[in-house]
Design a protein around this ligand. Structure first.
Ligand SMILES: Nc1ncnc2c1ncn2[C@@H]1O[C@H](COP(=O)(O)OP(=O)(O)OP(=O)(O)O)[C@@H](O)[C@H]1O
Ligand SMILES: [Mg+2]
Length: 254
């Protein structure tokens, strides 16, 4: 009989990243929000796209929410790995939602997202990245956003209003995303040498899981670490991974 793990009853969602699912009892716990964090160029966007393409292969709808790349650029990047996002969009399996934060307000993004999720009901969601939203929550801090996300500004010590709204927005937003019911990847930027696991310093506590992607330039290697995965038995040590013409690939342990 197969070894029973501590969380045998938890339904799993496969990631599509070869070698990763065996490290997390078969996949992401269904319905959770998992942070994928790393510095620039660590493979976060490719990881997120690969996750959605895996869902599309199984007939599961997915949405990719993007703030910093033009749709055409993203489609071209995906094509390098043989992922035809244009076709997947036409087939109704993947939807790319692009928001230009210089032209819209965080409140509008959330409202639009809520409406969209009700309409499409995707099983998978990728938000790329929460760091951008955090920055714009700061500059567009206002009563409307605080009210929408239920942010309270009392008992916050001597934090600036910008910080309160930004961190409150991140927490509120992750809560909202989890409430959509999809299994979500929340991508975060991670400044090199940071003592935290995300730029905003709160995502790692709010999310149900944290996957850290690392570049070791001195050794010419990439590493992946499961920092946290609620309801899952997993190792803590880093495993090597590669990015090649097929996407992200975690080397299985021999
Ligand atoms: N076809 C490929 N073969 C091998 N490596 C590739 C290929 N395409 C991209 N890469 C690697 O992936 C990196 C980009 O990955 P990705 O865009 O997912 O990173 P990211 O973490 O999202 O970066 P950013 O923080 O800038 O958004 C490139 O810098 C390169 O090192
Ligand atoms: Mg990226």
């Amino acid at each position: 009989m197969a070894k029973q793990k501590g969380s045998a009853g938890v339904e799993r969602v496969t990631t599509g990243i070869p070698g990763l699912d065996p490290l997390i009892e078969g996949g992401l716990p269904k319905g959770t929000a998992v942070l994928v964090t790393g510095s620039a160029g660590t493979g976060k966007t490719i990881f997120g796209l690969q996750y959605l393409v895996e869902g599309a292969r199984k007939g599961e709808k997915g949405v990719y929410i993007n703030f910093d790349e033009q749709k055409e650029q993203l489609f071209a990047q995906a094509m390098c790995f043989g992922w035809d996002l244009e076709k997947l969009e036409a087939d109704g399996l993947i939807k790319v939602l692009n928001f230009d934060m210089t032209k819209t307000h965080v409140v509008n993004v959330i409202v639009e997202l809520e409406n969209f999720m009700k309409k499409m009901e995707p099983k998978r969601l990728v938000l790329d990245s929460i760091s951008i939203l955090g920055i714009y929550s700061q500059v567009s801090a206002g009563a409307e956003l605080s009210q929408l996300l239920g942010i309270r500004s009392d008992n916050m010590g001597n934090m600036s209003m910008d910080d309160i709204v930004s961190r409150g927005s991140i927490m509120g937003l992750i809560g909202k995303i989890r409430g959509f019911g999809a299994t979500s990847l929340i991508i975060s930027e991670l400044p090199e040498q940071s003592q935290w696991l995300s730029r905003d310093t709160v995502s790692e506590f709010v999310c149900d899981g944290v996957i850290v992607l690392v570049k070791n330039t001195a050794l010419n290697k990439r590493g992946l670490r499961i920092e946290k995965m609620r309801g899952t038995e997993h190792e803590l040590s880093s495993v090597d991974f590669t990015i090649n013409g097929k996407g992200v690939n975690v080397k299985e342990k021999s």
